[in-house]
Design a protein around this ligand. Structure first.
Ligand code: TXA
Ligand code: MG
Length: 315
């Protein structure tokens, strides 16, 4: 059974034994393991049920730590780290030859991030070395934003969960690749926006996937178990408002409905913070489907829209 603790020393001891620890971060909870221990890294893939072709993000407590992992750290990487670390931005850089290909899924690049969460930083500092940490959910299900979500995902497994409260950002980090021979490229949108990255780089961020891909960004991902639909202003769903077995997620003003309604904030930051918790709340019990009223499509909503496209079918 999964066990929740607020003691960093217990978590460090588990990591030193090559075990996994669920680690809170500002984005989502991660399933952490010693990045330098191949047996521990293998346990991450096994416990998540994740294919070995999907690489892991290496988490550090200090930007100097990336010198052990990245073969080249250019001016763009330095500028983005200075602007956004600690924070929800992951950089994909050329990997040193000695980096385990179990971590990078056989690629010669490595993803690096310094999380902005006091418990994560304390854990990393006390452990003293980098930690791999994919989101702490079973493969293809929703990323957890509270210790209870993690406990639900791993109810039948032995796992120590470090308590860190509710994640402030609520969506997985923005991923940017900075690789020789390619322009800076967005691999996954997140709450560090394209506009704010372009402002630091002083040049546009390529967005279509070119030579580089982010393995594991399957179209269907982050999905709840129930059928889940999203609808825009043009869809009339009023005939469903009286059904008692439908869960709803509204953006701002909730429509009165007979089912279970959750109202998320009308700005992208508060909507993002609450989205996965809303899906966890609706995705069990007696409901038979989830309907999500689409939020706006403007630039600030890019990460939210990306996750909704993966979680829900359009009506
Ligand atoms: O916010 C986050 O990034 C969270 C927290 C725990 O830090 N972690 C997270 O990890 O979302 P995960 O494993 O669910 O997603 C990592 C994604 C992979 O699916 C892959 O698309 C991309 O990062 N990735 C990792 N290494 C890469 C590499 N070398 N090249 C391209 N993409 C990579
Ligand atoms: Mg994930």
């Amino acid at each position: 059974m999964a066990q929740i603790t607020d003691q960093i020393s217990l978590a460090v001891a588990a990591l030193n034994r090559g075990e996994l620890v669920a680690m809170p971060t500002e984005t989502v909870y991660g399933l952490a393991a010693d990045a330098g221990n191949e047996d521990a890294v293998a346990k991450v893939f096994a416990l998540k049920g994740r294919p070995a072709t999907n690489p892991l993000i290496v988490h550090v407590a200090d930007s100097h730590w990336i010198r052990d992992w990245a073969a080249e750290v250019g001016a763009s990487a330095e500028a983005l780290m200075a602007a956004f670390w600690p924070g929800p931005l992951t950089l994909v850089l050329p990997a040193k030859a000695e980096v385990s290909r179990a971590v990078t899924a056989g690629q010669d690049t490595v993803a690096l991030r310094m999380p902005a969460h006091p418990q994560a930083l304390a854990l990393l500092k006390d452990f003293g070395r980098a930690l791999v940490a994919p989101s702490a959910n079973k493969y293809m299900s929703i990323s957890p934003t509270s210790s209870n979500h993690v406990a639900r995902q791993f109810a039948d497994d032995e796992l120590l969960i470090l308590e860190g409260g509710n994640c402030e950002v609520g969506l997985e980090s923005t991923i940017v690749a900075l690789l020789p021979g390619d322009e800076p490229r967005l691999l996954r949108p997140g709450m560090v926006s394209v506009a704010s990255i372009e402002a630091v780089l002083g040049r546009p961020l390529a967005q279509q996937s070119g030579g580089v891909v982010a393995p594991g960004q399957h179209h269907k991902h982050y999905s709840p178990g129930l059928p889940c639909y999203r609808y825009g202003a043009a869809s009339d769903v009023s005939h469903l408002h009286r059904e008692t077995d439908i869960g709803w997620i509204f953006c701002g003003n909730a429509t009165p409905v007979a089912g279970k309604a959750i109202e998320l904030g009308a700005d992208p930051d508060s909507y993002a913070q609450g989205l996965y918790d809303a899906l966890y709340q609706l995705d069990h019990g007696t409901l038979s489907a989830i309907y999500i009223a689409e939020p706006p499509h403007s630039g600030d909503w890019q990460a939210v829209q990306n996750r909704l496209e993966r979680a829900a079918k359009p009506l």
